[in-house]
Design a protein around this ligand. Structure first.
Ligand code: AMP
Length: 437
């Protein structure tokens, strides 16, 4: 007999975890749809060539296999490349600009750790077909509203632009090729620290003076206004960097209009973002409660769709990591901690009360309340209470002959043992009220 075991880096989600995940997903969908994003689902399997040449160094993490017909296939690495394929494949049928969301699993052959898995779910929102900074700002507004709706007490979005690191390298005297090396070194800042990055730059034949200048600039921090002003001073001679700064200023102005305060984001020149398809603004949201990594990441990728259609279509979007949100919410104890979706367990007092109990359950379900009913009608109430408690259902209901005759039911709080008798017509309200208490 094979040992029952799941694949490393891929997790079974038991009921309590699933109930929290479903809460996360429905909360995100509510916010996405409030902004008019439309749902899209694509298969988890793509032709390998669809994913190839889009992910830079990350491509080595793709899971590949051949199907029975010898076709070279891959599990999707993210939901962004499949979106680009869809836009190219259905061009003409999709009215641009298109706001779409997608929620589903992605696969990467990473070294598993807490918060980093080989199968993990992402929730993506993208605006396809708009180069406007209003689109970038709307994506950042959606993420801010989403994290607030989930109850995150503290988080901040780091915002940068691909051409700022390039500009920093250029004004420090590096040529275009060396500039891309700078980008790779900066990407490792969190892992190897400023000294490590400095050593790596010098090893790649950047002069000590240039390495120091680069580090001084990428480590700038402060309010968006101050950092942009300082960068303007330093990068004023580099045309592409100036355009990038103007773009971030326009996004910042739109964020103010859309209702995202400057306390919710920082302009952070050191944010590199690994994926090679980004072309403009990039961002990542972090919380001090989870120093290991980001809650989500995103940015503008104006050229990716063009790799499929031959015609560039400006697009901006982000991916929440559902597993990350989940792990952090568990750690911070935010969101529901339910083991079972039922609010009440309807006991069966004695076999001849079965019909009355099932009738009460039906009334409560009609009122929109989740209830479980006992299955063994000849069991004592004590055993039934135990079963309800073991399932994590907060209340048990009892309908004995006396209550039935009086048109009442007993509501028992299984955590405190407290019980009260309420008129039958008020049972639903009594269960609902205690939710808010
Ligand atoms: P990316 O697609 O790399 O931009 O990642 C977007 C978000 O997906 C990250 O901020 C994480 O929250 C999440 N994520 C990425 N890789 C993993 C992983 N291996 N395990 C769990 N979550 C991940």
């Amino acid at each position: 007999m094979p040992k029952p075991q799941n694949v490393k880096g891929m997790r079974d989600q038991m009921s309590q975890a699933m109930l929290l995940r479903q809460h996360i997903i429905t909360t995100l969908m509510r916010i996405f749809e409030r902004h008019g994003f439309e749902p899209l689902t694509t298969p988890v399997v793509e032709y390998a060539e669809t994913l190839e040449g889009k992910l830079g160094d990350e491509e080595k993490l793709i899971y590949r296999f051949e199907d029975h017909g010898g076709r070279k296939l891959a599990l999707r690495y993210d939901q962004t490349v499949p979106l680009a394929r869809v836009v190219a494949q259905y061009s003409g049928q999709i009215a641009l600009p298109w706001r779409r969301y997608a929620i589903g699993p992605s696969y990467r052959g990473e070294r598993p750790a807490r918060g980093r898995y080989r199968e993990f779910w992402q929730a993506d929102v993208d605006i396809v077909g708009s180069a406007s900074p209003l689109a970038d700002a709307e994506i950042i507004a959606v993420l801010t509203e989403s994290l607030k709706a989930l109850g995150f007490p503290e988080f901040v979005t780091l915002l940068n632009h691909r051409q700022i690191i390039g500009g920093i390298a250029r004004v420090s005297g590096l040529d275009e090729e060396a500039a891309s090396g700078v980008y790779r070194a900066i990407d490792k800042l969190d892992k190897i620290g400023a000294e490590g990055v400095r050593a790596e730059l010098i090893a790649s034949s950047v002069s000590e003076a240039a390495a120091d200048r680069i580090l001084e600039l990428v480590l700038l921090d402060g309010s968006p206004h101050d950092v942009l002003a300082e960068l303007e001073q330093q990068l004023g001679d580099d045309e592409r960097a100036v355009a990038a700064l103007n773009n971030l200023r326009a996004i910042s102005a739109a964020l103010a209009d859309i209702g995202v305060p400057t306390t919710r984001y920082r302009v952070t020149p050191r944010l590199a973002r690994g994926l090679s398809y980004y072309t403009g603004a990039v961002f990542e949201t972090i919380t001090s409660h989870w120093p290991q990594g980001s809650l989500l990441g995103g940015g503008r990728y104006d050229d990716l769709i063009g790799l499929f259609s031959g015609q560039a279509i400006p697009t901006v979007g982000l991916a929440f990591g559902i597993d990350r949100l989940h792990d952090v919410m568990e750690e911070l104890n935010i969101g529901p901690r339910l083991a079972n979706p039922a609010r009440a367990f309807v006991t069966i007092f004695s076999p001849d009360q079965t019909a009355a109990s099932l009738q009460l359950a039906r009334e409560l379900r009609d009122a929109g309340i989740n209830v479980i009913t006992a299955l063994a009608s000849d069991q004592g109430l004590g055993k039934q209470f135990k079963e309800a408690d073991r399932k994590g259902v907060p209340f048990a209901l009892v309908l004995g002959p006396d209550e039935l005759a009086r048109g009442e039911a007993v509501v028992k709080d299984l955590a405190t043992g407290e019980q009260r008798t309420v008129p039958r017509s008020e049972v639903a309200a009594a269960l609902a009220n205690t939710i808010e208490a």
